[in-house]
Design a protein around this ligand. Structure first.
Ligand code: SF4
Length: 74
């Protein structure tokens, strides 16, 4: 299992993640983006999944490195 952690506060709304991974990311009307079905925890948004899929590309494309793909060891 993988876990995506999104530090939304750092997001500058460039849209790169939405371009490479629209199944998980969408633009928001506050100028940032949202992780679809992300659950807020400690100010970040998290989502667990079997396979990181295009989130690996989303993470690599993010200019402020606020998308993290981690092993879900919990
Ligand atoms: S790539 Fe990063 S900075 Fe750009 S919109 Fe996505 S999360 Fe925000």
């Amino acid at each position: 299992m993988k876990k995506i952690v999104f530090e939304r506060e750092k997001c500058i709304g460039c849209g790169a993640c939405v371009s490479v991974c629209p199944s998980f990311w969408e633009t928001s009307n506050d100028g940032k983006v949202d992780l679809k079905e992300g659950v807020e925890e400690d100010g970040n948004f998290k989502r667990e999944m079997e396979d990181a899929g295009c989130n690996q590309e989303a993470s690599q494309s993010c200019p402020v490195q606020c998308i993290h793909v981690k092993e879900n060891d919990s």
